[in-house]
Write a protein that binds this ligand. Structure first.
Ligand code: HEM
Length: 259
């Protein structure tokens, strides 16, 4: 099974010295930290902008808590994924388990590649959504902030100045907060994307791009859900059906092999 294979093929940091079959501490911490943040991103993303979007539009402070924690968690996933990829490139791959067939190993590479792609592309598309707003103080920002522009945009997250004005849906009152990652690091924008809306002529094309990013981010969210489901199902199958010490390999429970 591809997902089973994906877990087995996770070669980042399993030490092969001394017959160990368990990932190193760094690899284990990275795995579970990324897992928790991704779960939060999926939960907060679907709640705030999908399942309970009406509630969050009506409760502005909660909307901002949702947005800031979603954004912060996603940027953390991006940073940890870069570390994880570096870790994988510099560490010897672990051996496959004995029950793994060649086709499973092949499927593992594909499934694993998709997981890494999602861990990079989801934060990058999310960051692009926030960046696809006219830069604060630009001509484009003045146009976008006018009631007419807001009306013609006709969407909850129409064009707004980048960075300082990336959060609130159109129609909410009061100035938006300046988003900071975990309330500490000012959220940078992807400048080439923000600059598209610098002049009035760029506001509409930038808005169209913004909607494209939203579209791909949403589709990516569903694909991530599917991949995670397969990943977890595969791990559980390996643990309880094939009777391999799969969860122990990722730091859960007692080790079966001696270090
Ligand atoms: C692993 C990382 C991430 C995951 C799994 C994720 C997942 C999601 C999901 C499931 C949604 C709801 C889509 C919908 O049904 O409408 C969403 C929305 C959103 N996400 Fe993310 N996200 C991630 C990272 C980020 C990052 C890093 C940012 C910003 C820096 C971000 C910004 C947004 C924004 C602005 C929306 C609302 C889009 C809209 O206007 O509808 N996301 N995300």
């Amino acid at each position: 099974m591809a997902a089973t294979a994906a877990l087995n093929d996770d070669r980042s940091g399993l030490t092969t010295s001394g017959g160990r079959s368990r990932y190193t501490k760094v690899a284990i911490v990275l795995h579970w930290a990324i897992a928790v943040f991704i779960l939060w991103n999926l939960l907060s993303g679907f709640l705030v902008w999908d399942l309970a979007s009406g509630f969050f539009k009506a409760n502005r402070p909660l909307y901002f808590i949702g947005l800031i924690s979603h954004m912060s968690s996603g940027m953390t996933v991006l940073a940890l994924t870069v570390v994880r990829i570096a870790w994988r490139l510099t560490h010897e791959p672990p051996p496959h388990t004995s029950t793994m067939k060649p086709w499973e190993q092949h499927a593992a590479h594909i499934a694993h590649f998709l997981l890494y792609a999602g861990m990079l592309l989801m934060p990058l598309t999310g960051w692009s959504i926030l960046s696809a707003h006219p830069p604060a103080g630009s001509h484009g920002a003045q146009i976008a902030a006018s009631p007419m522009a807001a009306g013609s945009a006709g969407a909850a997250s129409g064009p707004r100045p980048a960075g300082a004005n990336a959060g609130p849906p159109v129609g909410m009152k009061g100035p938006p907060p300046s988003p900071k990652i975990w309330g500490i690091i000012p959220m940078p924008v992807i400048t080439p994307i923000a600059n598209i809306g610098m002049e009035p002529g760029g506001v509409k094309p930038q808005y169209i791009l913004h909607e494209e990013f939203v579209h791909w981010h949403e589709i990516g969210g569903y694909l991530m859900l599917l991949l995670l489901f397969l990943h977890i199902a595969g791990a559980l199958k390996h643990q309880f059906v094939d009777r391999e010490p799969e969860l122990q390999r990722m730091g859960l429970g007692r080790r079966k092999t001696i270090d």
